[in-house]
Design a binder for this molecule. Sequence first.
Ligand SMILES: *[C@@H]1O[C@H](CO)[C@@H](O)[C@H](O)[C@H]1NC(C)=O
Length: 149
Amino acid sequence: MKILVVLSLLLVATSAKIFERCELARTLKGFGLDGYHGYSLANWVCMAFFESSYNTSAINHNMKDKKIVSTDYGIFQINSKWWCNDRKTTHCHNICGTRCTNLLNDYLNDDCRCAKIIVTKSRGMKAWVGWKNNCKGKNINRFVHGCQL
Ligand SMILES: *[C@@H]1O[C@H](CO)[C@@H](O)[C@H](O)[C@H]1NC(C)=O
């Protein structure tokens, strides 16, 4: 019984969450993304919206010939082929040096650390299709509008 209580507390402590827009903006700013590699905070919030709808536990598989070739994890949909290790993607590079499952909780320090590596090594945010198709060159002020930053 005690073990059960401890286990469920642990689950709650590391559980997924859907961030509010301004809460996410403040959190990303706190981890140094505002202006990182020349991208304003609105770019990062916009990217997270189109990649995961602010869902920290979002998981999406990338398929080829009906097989999973890699998986995208978390609020920034970080890919297991290049950036994190999920122990099931072949020829994985794990450039961020982290387990992909670490990117599914509501503590975004590791997600932001990896996003900084991605934007640097990929020479920009075009690494994120959600950003490229929906945020790049668009009026994205609404993503931080009204937020107390
Ligand atoms: C968040 O993502 C998880 C994993 O894909 C999913 O099970 C859950 O329903 C999502 N939450 C919302 C509110 O969309």
